[in-house]
Design a protein. Structure first.
Length: 169
């Protein structure tokens, strides 16, 4: 039984097949990413792929930031609602009646079903994007890996200025 037609290295460029390598490589023309339909046949396509991968990673970091902003918004809204209810309760007490003083505290907050659904959707978008980037990285192409790292650097740079804070007691 001959195995001559079962060559696993698909580097035959005359038929337009993909060049797939499980080792680190610097191939440009002939590379495939994720599927055989994402086949690079020109330098411009490869440059577009690198730019696209870079932008995907930047978008993932932006989605992560948007998720943090959403969490802050729903907590801020819940705190405002809690303060409004506290003010109504205080105003409703009769004048002469001593109010119980307790430490100002914010009860545990649980998002509504819609708020949690939005949080989960943001996470799913982030998770899916990161998983796709991981699959693209498994091409072991040096240019693509550099695009991923640079996308992470730029995305993190622009999306994490919000995270530094301190509390004054």
């Amino acid at each position: 039984m001959s195995m001559s037609g079962m060559d696993m290295d698909s580097t035959d460029m005359s038929s337009g097949s993909c060049s797939m390598s499980m080792l680190g490589n610097w191939e440009t023309i002939g590379s495939c990413f994720l599927t055989s339909s994402w086949h690079i046949s020109t330098a411009a396509q490869f440059a577009g792929t690198c730019i696209g991968v870079f932008l995907i990673v930047v978008v993932i970091e932006s989605v992560r930031r948007w998720g943090r902003e959403w969490d802050r918004y729903i907590v801020r809204k819940a705190l405002e609602d809690h303060q409004r209810m506290s003010n109504l309760n205080r105003a409703g007490n009769r004048a002469g009646k001593r109010m119980q003083t307790t430490k100002a505290c914010f009860p545990m907050f649980r998002p509504s079903v819609l708020q949690q659904a939005i949080r989960s959707l943001v996470y799913a978008i982030q998770f899916t994007g990161a998983y796709i980037v991981m699959l693209i990285a498994m091409s072991y192409n040096g240019y693509i890996l550099i695009s991923i790292v640079l996308g992470g650097l730029v995305g993190h740079f622009f999306s994490t200025w919000d995270t530094l804070s301190f509390a004054l007691d």
